[in-house]
Design a protein around this ligand. Structure first.
Ligand code: PMT
Length: 396
């Protein structure tokens, strides 16, 4: 998603500059190209050499650098950037940007820029909330500059309150969000994720290995692409992405009800969850004692097939199903596509290394109603989510 994107990282004078190398590092792991511009004050906190090492690029500090191999340095840098991210953004640089002051290389690049600008402020609470800074930030927001929130914590000055810069991973997420085309804007997407859990007694249950990662990746990317996202999730231990409507459920029956409440108004239903197909016929209110051999046999009854039900009543909705198979995956996947009336099905062989449950990667084949089969290589679940969503956009 950030592969080959040109990201200009501006660093201003503040203690949070110690986090700027981590931002560059995460961006480069995501295969973005990063160049850093530092104000003279930033160089008091970290060295240009640190940023040069982390970006693998020359660091730009000096406004009048005779040696730089660029026509007009500030204009070239401004043109190069897909996005300019100032992290940390000091009150001083925010004020200069709001008032068109260009007294160092960074503020001059900002003045020459036509790309997106994202600021990650970092300062003392009183400076952040000061009338002057609020006024300056409002001016910038009205010009389309995106300003991230700050964290509330003990600050470097020992005051407690707002003003701590967001963490590098959060800033990189914001960059990804800004650079993602909003091609699902105006669409309502419902994603189911994770396992469902069927109680045997207050202690024991039936479930499966789903971690929720595949479904959460789909919900996150759909949200980044501008959709209004409802995420219906079984019990998981991972942090849910920021979506419009997060519904936590436990059993397959709960998941059915949650989908039912959201199906009519949705444009797309993505069934990445692994609902339990069966539940114990009787759930004991009390813990079953093992001495009585009561657990030797558990009588099961079938759960509703959520996907099949909504496939059979769908109107204009697009339904993306998944198939978790361990053998003859394409054949079984095709049967499910037909039986559950999916528009496309994503088939993963859960026995393949790097595919299916728990991991960050998946290996999938995407099959449509015309039986066109696209076999994909092993990739990150977020990357796969984007490929699936590209298909959805084409169908919409
Ligand atoms: O969560 P992760 O750890 O990231 O793992 C990802 C995953 C392996 C769970 C995911 O990639 C996946 O394959 N999800 C579907 C799992 C599954 O239940 O497959 P299935 O072949 O049993 O079901 C076919 C389809 O019917 C699925 O879309 C499923 O959500 C749906 N279904 C199944 C049973 C049921 N009672 N109701 C359903 O809606």
């Amino acid at each position: 998603m950030l592969k080959d994107k040109n990201i200009l990282l501006g660093i201003t004078g503040g203690i949070a500059a110690y986090k700027s190398p981590s931002i560059a590092s995460i961006l480069r792991k995501k295969q973005a190209k990063v160049k850093a511009v530092m104000t003279p004050a930033a160089c008091e906190f970290i060295t240009p050499l640190t940023m040069q090492t982390m970006t693998s690029n020359v660091v730009h500090v000096d406004m009048f650098n005779q040696m730089m191999d660029m026509d007009v340095e500030h204009v070239e840098l401004a043109k190069w950037a897909d996005i300019i991210v100032i992290a940390p953004a000091s009150a001083n640089t925010i004020a200069k940007l709001a008032n068109g002051i260009c007294d160092n290389l960074l503020t001059t690049v900002l003045m020459a820029s036509r790309s997106k600008i994202l600021l990650a402020p970092a300062m003392n609470t009183y400076m952040l909330k000061s009338a002057a800074n609020m006024h300056n930030m409002n001016i910038l927001k009205s010009r389309g500059v995106k300003i991230l929130s700050t964290q509330s914590d003990i600050l470097a000055c020992n005051d407690v309150g707002e003003g701590k810069m967001l963490e590098p991973a959060e800033i990189v997420e914001a960059i990804e969000r800004e650079l993602t085309e909003k091609d699902l804007s105006g669409k309502k997407v419902v994603v189911t994720a994770g396992p469902t859990v069927e109680a045997i007694d207050p202690v024991r249950f039936l479930s499966n290995h789903s971690s929720g990662k595949m479904g959460y990746a789909l919900a996150k990317r759909a949200k980044y692409r501008g959709a209004e996202v409802t995420l219906i999730s079984g019990p998981t231990s991972i942090t849910p992405p920021n979506v419009d409507n997060f519904i936590r459920i436990t059993s397959t029956h709960d998941m059915f009800k949650a989908v039912e409440a959201n199906f009519d108004k949705c444009d797309v239903l993505i069934k990445a969850a692994a609902p339990a197909d069966f539940r114990p016929k009787n759930t004991s209110e009390e813990k079953i004692k093992k001495e009585k051999n009561a657990l030797n046999t558990i009588e099961l009854e079938e759960n509703p097939d959520i996907a099949k039900h909504f496939g059979s009543i769908k109107k204009d909705q697009i339904i993306v199903g998944f198939a978790a198979e361990s053998i003859d995956e394409i054949e079984h996947g095709l049967e499910k596509l037909k039986k559950k009336n999916f528009d496309i099905i994503v088939i993963n062989n859960i026995k393949q290394k790097g595919a299916g449950f728990k991991g960050d990667t998946n290996i999938a084949s995407i099959v449509d109603r015309n039986k066109n089969i696209e076999k994909l290589q092993k990739m990150d679940k977020e990357e796969l989510a984007d490929i699936i969503l590209n298909r959805v956009v084409n169908l919409l």
